[in-house]
Structures are given as structure tokens and as C-alpha cells.
Design a protein around this ligand. Structure first.
Ligand SMILES: C[S@@+](CC[C@H](N)C(=O)[O-])C[C@H]1O[C@@H](n2cnc3c(N)ncnc32)[C@H](O)[C@@H]1O
Length: 249
């Protein structure tokens, strides 16, 4: 399979999402979502699909917690490690390259498993959430966002987009069921379609000032417009999920 999240792709994504992020809304989204978590200097966090480290940097800086980040893309991990050292945060942060389903996590148990827009890349959701559950301390929390299927039937354009990217998309209620089957108590499953549209419109506006070759600006503009249209049609959506590992599971 073609390598994803290469240096060139990361550069292009950071130009639109903001430095250190390759997911919608950049640091502002991380701040919004992490306001739902309870973290302090004693917390241990696992960031699944940590990308170039933006959320991990934010958590370590804001709460003083320890974060272990795992990502499949070697270039993302290389950048995350270099920037953590530059920021003087490498004492709190560990970045590991590998497939989350395959790698051993540095700690036996985490207070929070956090993931942003990564699970769409992992088709075997039963195995994914079994591993998440095994990584959590009793009463530990999972917090993640992901692209999800909306209620509207998929157009040919949407189906082609999903197939071309190899995405494994769930619905909001599909995720609820899978999480419950994995022994995770769902405490939040929010439809973020309106926020998805607003964030992508803001990013589109910002693109006019981005320092990118015109071909990249044109490419991203077309992609972002299509994402906004699919969300407006109710085909593509964005979900925020939180779930607790019940004691004894
Ligand atoms: C959309 S990016 C989001 C990155 C980061 N969470 C952020 O918000 O900037 C998705 C990330 O998931 C990673 N990824 C995909 N499949 C993975 C897997 N099986 N294990 C670990 N990381 C994975 C990709 O390499 C990529 O960095």
C-alpha cells in the first residue's frame, strides 16, 4: 500500500491545520476536546495515531502529564521526537513508531487513551477497542474524534473518496455499539457535523495566506470544498466519543 503521511503530505497538512497538527481544527480542537478530560501532572496518557505530536505537546505543556504517542508513519514520529526535544518536553513525552495493534505500549495502564481522527485507518474495530480497553487502567477514559458516516445515503462521490483513501468509517451509533461490545461504557457520542463544516470553512479561508506552492493550494482547496459539501449533504460527519473502562473488564 502507498505510504501515507510522508514529509511532503505532512507539510501540506500543517499549512492548513496549523503547526504540529494533521487533523481538523489543529490546536484549538485539541484544547476544546481535552477540556472534557481530567488530567493533572500525575496522569499517564496514550495518544494513538499521535501524528507530529501537537496534542501531546499541548497536554504536557498544559497539565504537566506524561504522554506516550504511537504512530505508524516514520516521518511523523521523527518530527514529533525532534520538536519535543526543541520544546524541552522530551522528559514527559515518548514517541514510538509502529502499528497500534502490533506494538507494545511503554506502560501497563493509562488514565486516558486519546486519539484524533486515526481510527478511520484501522478496519478491525473489535481488535482496536479490545486493545484500547487492555491499555486502560480501571475507570480509565477513552476520548477520541473520528470521521464518521452521516445519516444520508452515500453518493458515488463519497463512496469513491472513502475507497480511494481506504477509510473504514463507522456511524455514530455503530461506534456506540462497538464500544459497548468491547466493555467500554459510552459517556459521550456527539455529532460534530456543524463544527466540522465551520472548522473546514475557517481552514479554507486561511489557505489563501498559506506558504504553499499554488498546486498544493489548489489541491487542498478542492479537497476541503468537497469535504464541506459532503458534510452539508449529511453524508460525512465527525464524532466525539468518550467511554470509560468499567472496573473488572
Ligand atoms: C489524520 S492523522 C491525525 C494525526 C494526529 N492525531 C493529529 O491530530 O494531528 C492520522 C494518523 O494516524 C496514523 N495511523 C494510521 N494508522 C495507524 C495505526 N494502525 N497505528 C498507529 N497510527 C496510525 C497516521 O500515520 C496518521 O499520523
Amino acid at each position: 500500500m502507498e505510504e501515507r503521511y510522508t514529509a511532503a503530505e505532512i507539510r501540506r497538512y500543517e499549512a492548513i491545520y496549523g503547526r504540529d497538527f494533521i487533523s481538523p481544527g489543529g490546536e484549538a480542537s485539541a484544547r476544546t476536546f481535552l477540556a472534557h478530560a481530567t488530567l493533572d501532572a500525575g496522569s499517564n496518557v496514550l495518544d494513538v495515531g499521535c501524528g507530529v505530536g501537537g496534542s501531546a505537546f499541548y497536554m504536557a505543556r498544559t497539565f504537566g502529564c506524561r504522554v506516550d504517542g504511537i504512530d505508524l508513519a516514520p516521518e511523523a514520529i521523527r518530527i514529533a521526537q525532534a520538536r519535543a526535544a526543541e520544546l524541552g518536553l522530551d522528559g514527559l513525552l515518548t514517541f514510538i513508531q509502529g502499528d497500534f495493534l502490533e506494538v507494545a505500549t511503554p506502560r501497563p495502564a493509562y488514565d486516558l487513551v486519546y486519539s484524533r481522527d486515526t481510527f478511520l485507518h484501522i478496519p478491525d474495530k473489535a481488535r482496536l477497542f479490545a486493545k484500547v480497553r487492555d491499555c486502560l487502567a480501571p475507570n480509565g477514559m477513552l476520548l477520541f474524534t473520528d470521521y464518521v458516516r452521516g445519516a444520508a445515503p452515500p453518493s458515488e462521490e463519497f463512496a469513491t473518496y472513502v475507497a480511494a483513501h481506504g477509510y473504514a468509517l463507522e456511524t455514530l451509533s455503530g461506534y456506540r455499539d462497538i464500544l459497548a461490545e468491547a466493555g467500554l461504557e459510552v459517556t459521550r457520542a456527539d455529532d460534530l457535523t456543524a463544527a466540522f463544516i465551520a472548522v473546514h470553512r475557517e481552514e479554507l479561508d486561511r489557505l489563501t495566506h498559506a506558504e504553499l506552492p499554488i498546486a498544493d493550494v489548489d489541491y487542498l482547496t478542492a479537497r476541503w470544498r468537497r469535504k464541506i459539501s459532503r458534510a452539508e449533504r449529511g453524508e460525512q460527519s465527525w464524532g466525539l466519543f468518550m467511554a470509560r473502562k468499567q472496573a473488572g473488564t
